[in-house]
Ligand binder design. Sequence first.
Ligand code: PHE
Length: 339
Amino acid sequence: MLDKIKELQKEIEEIAVKSAEELEELRIKYISKKGEVSRLMEDFRNVSPDQKKEVGQAINILKNFATEKIRVLKEGLEEQASDSKGLDLSLPGDPMKAGTRHPISIIKNEILEIFKRLGFVVSEGPEIEDDWHVFSALNFPEEHPARDMQDTFFIQRNPDILLRTHTSSVQVHDMETMKPPIRTVTPGRVFRNEAISYRAHCMFHQIEGLYIDEDVSFADLKQTLLYFAKELFGEKSEIRMRPSYFPFTEPSAEVDVSCSICGGKGCNVCKYTGWLEILGCGMVDPNVLEASGIDSKKYTGFAFGMGIERIAMLKFGVNDLRLYFENDVRFLNQFEAAN
Ligand code: PHE
């Protein structure tokens, strides 16, 4: 019996087929219910008990081998068929699914476009900065808490090298290298030593704006931001300004936009106030102009800054900021590039 098995094994090894019909015949011959392998199984009943183990194993191996061989041959034939006459070059190809833009990029581009229409140019700068560009040139007093280890990621001490905590640092570069009139918008990543939660992250994105020229006034700032709010959140949007404080602007204000979700009536997104805080702004402090070599008697300017994540959360109704950085395609797939 073992000889018979060996013989069959050899036969099957040598099988080569040209057509599906041939293969089907062989399949019937070897592994169908009435095939050779099944016949062996029937004969197995008559094998003496002391040989049962060995013969049984051999039959099993043969059966698996034959099934696998037929499967491989079948696959080969199918491939051949689709390679040659089954191939229709006029059929449309498999669609290549294009990725979608990241929601932060979508909103960033939308915001930049609005300011570009007003004549602002985009400027970018380094994420790793010195103390001067992030703090000193921006009128931060020596003991200001933002300079603290708790808030800022330092890379090196004395002289201090750090990850920028806001993109205002790029505005210092711009003031040092450009001559007024200056009109820039500055997108980029910023870093703060914050505990990560649904509303805060140690890394996020900002866009800041700077406008310096003769006779730039607070009215210009207000009108620019009103235009911006209407463009981004809709024609019906209104803004309100609340007095605030930043070392680099005087006077300073916090800007709220009327809640675009409830139209100002009050909902859980605006915490029933009808208003959403979206940015900080103010008139550039003369000390800041002078620190970068701009004559504060001749020129005035305004600046503003906003977090892109927060605005994207409002625009898209996203309620957890961490989703932006987890790279989960189920989240990311939901956003189509607007431009
Ligand atoms: N740099 C400020 C921040 O990061 C925002 C700001 C920019 C405020 C310009 C006023 C003027 O919070």
